[in-house]
Design a protein around this ligand. Structure first.
Ligand code: ZN
Length: 107
């Protein structure tokens, strides 16, 4: 039987994982670890528009060539996008999934 819960995290991509999740719906990512500072404290990414706080997770196996700052900026763009589109934040957000496409200017 496939463990569907962590199936989606068995990939090399970095992602934002919501902190302070309600325990009954909590998602964990055992194959990833969050960016942290030199004391081991997890670096937090705050949504610019609400109280949501995310950690930036990367693969324990593949590591990441990206910087925390770059991923944080992309994640915050995604979070702002949720607000401007009136969407609820998801527990897991892939800042690098696809490219940010500007809205089509009447085609
Ligand atoms: Zn928000």
């Amino acid at each position: 039987m496939i463990d569907s819960l962590d199936k989606q995290f068995k990939e090399a991509c970095e992602f934002g994982l919501k902190l302070n999740q309600k325990s009954e719906e909590a998602i964990t990512a055992p194959l990833h670890k969050p960016f942290s500072d030199e004391t081991g404290r997890v670096l937090e990414v705050k949504c610019p528009a609400c109280d949501a706080v995310y950690a930036v997770e990367f693969s324990r196996i593949y590591r990441t060539p990206r910087s925390f700052e770059g991923l944080r900026d992309q994640l915050q763009l995604r979070l702002e996008e949720d607000h401007s589109r009136n969407r609820k934040h998801r527990l897991v957000i892939h800042p690098c999934a696809g490219t940010m496409r500007p809205a089509k200017a009447g085609e």
